[in-house]
Design a binder for this molecule. Structure first.
Ligand code: NAD
Ligand code: MG
Length: 379
């Protein structure tokens, strides 16, 4: 039996993780958390019987504890609750599927408590990768990628030597605005941006895919997960999302991982690594694929990819500024307070004014985050 804690159980990754639990009788959920969706969380509690749950929204947490009075479950709230769920004694592995850098402190707490991490929450590695990877190495904890590109690379690297890798090649779909100029993107709506061509995901990452900031975040995520220089992490647009990513080795050989766009595969692979299990669902049918295309990513019209890559190259606290600015700008765009192109303009403004801090501590990271939010408010 493997005991798992799921942070962000009500989200896109969280609910797909629960589908894997339903299909595998040797998985047991011991903790779950949600931001504010207590209706769904209550259903999940009644189905999966966790020991501990946490709700970020403190009023909702109160409401939930009333609603599940008849059950033997501890209801916690806020950041402390997330950390309690991330460190619950019985958990063997924590699926980190909250959205945003709110996951940083729970991630570090889970690693310190010797929990393996199935990591979907890329924003934590982008902002605190140096702390997380170092602590994980010290505690002998595995960081198992869930992001499809990173899972693909992880699968391609099975049994390979680090010094024999030449390049990591991240594939990108290009998002709903692929081949558009900035001018054409000026008046796109929230609804347009939420129409991802291949993947069904949470709202924040779907907007990140439209700006291509997502691929920039993934470059930094790959740098930390696989200990690679940013210059050796390439991006290629592969609009059908059949190739999930590739690795090029010193002899010129390239390994690729392919599959249908289904996040349950990388989630399941992280949960059972190094084993593979049967997974129901669609398979790639090569008799129906007419072509697999490749394009060079357009960094002029998709400034977000360029800016995130620059932040990754500079390192220090600049990736935190880029990420925090993006989180806030995307929330404002989703609230219809700003236009689509304003997202990357805001990121650029925040990055321009920042005095980079080398090797930032957790406190530095959280204060840079707050400072970035305050600056955007002042604009
Ligand atoms: P989502 O919005 O569908 O779900 C997010 C979860 O986090 C929900 O359970 C929500 O209740 C919770 N949450 C939101 N704000 C919170 C807060 N302030 N405090 C605590 N909990 C909070 O997001 P998602 O698409 O499942 O993505 C989760 C993470 O996985 C993101 O970092 C995303 O980049 C990454 N990811 C997602 C996919 C995907 O297919 N959805 C693919 C790759 C990577
Ligand atoms: Mg991805």
């Amino acid at each position: 039996m493997k005991n798992i804690a799921i942070l962000g159980s009500t989200g896109s990754i969280g609910t797909q993780t629960l589908e894997i639990v339903r299909a595998n009788k040797d998985l047991n959920v011991v903790a779950m958390t949600a931001g504010s969706n207590i209706e769904l969380l209550e259903k999940q509690i009644r189905e999966f019987n966790p020991e501990v749950v946490a709700v970020w929204d403190e009023e909702k947490a109160e409401l939930l504890s009333q609603r599940v009075k008849d059950l033997d479950v501890e209801v916690c709230k806020g950041m402390e609750g997330l950390i309690t769920a991330a460190t619950v004694d019985s958990a063997d592995i924590v699926v980190l599927a909250v959205v945003g850098m709110v996951g940083v402190r729970p991630a570090i707490a889970a690693i310190n408590a010797h929990k393996d991490i199935a990591l979907a929450n890329k924003e934590t590695l982008v902002t605190a990768g140096h702390i997380i990877m170092k602590t994980a190495a010290e505690k002998n904890v595995k960081i198992l990628p869930v992001d499809s590109e990173h899972s693909a690379i992880f699968q391609c690297l099975n049994g390979e030597k680090h010094e024999q890798i030449s390049n990591l090649i991240l594939t990108a779909s290009g998002g709903p605005f692929r081949n558009m100029t900035r001018d054409m993107m000026r008046n796109v709506t929230v609804e347009d941006a939420l129409k991802h061509p291949n993947w069904s995901m949470g709202r924040k990452i779907t907007i990140d895919s439209a700006t291509m900031v997502n691929k920039g975040l993934e470059i930094i995520e790959a740098k930390w997960l696989f200990d690679m220089d940013i210059d050796n992490i390439r991006v290629v647009v592969q609009p059908q999302s059949l190739i999930h990513s590739m690795v090029e080795f010193v002899d010129g050989g390239i390994m690729a991982q392919l599959g249908t766009p289904d996040m349950r595969l990388p989630i399941q692979y992280a949960l059972f690594y190094p084993d593979r299990r049967n997974l129901s669902g669609e398979r790639i049918d090569f008799s129906k694929i007419t072509s697999i295309n490749f394009e060079i990513p357009d960094m002029d019209n998709f400034r977000g990819l360029y800016l995130a890559r620059e932040a990754g190259k500079a390192g220090g606290s600049l990736p935190t500024v880029m990420n925090a600015a993006n989180e806030k700008a995307v929330a404002m765009f989703l609230n219809r307070e700003i236009g689509f192109l304003d997202i990357t303009d805001i990121i650029e403004k925040c990055m321009d004014r920042h005095q980079n801090i080398d090797n930032p501590s957790l406190e530095d990271i959280l204060s840079v985050e707050q400072d970035t939010y305050d600056y955007i408010d002042s604009l």
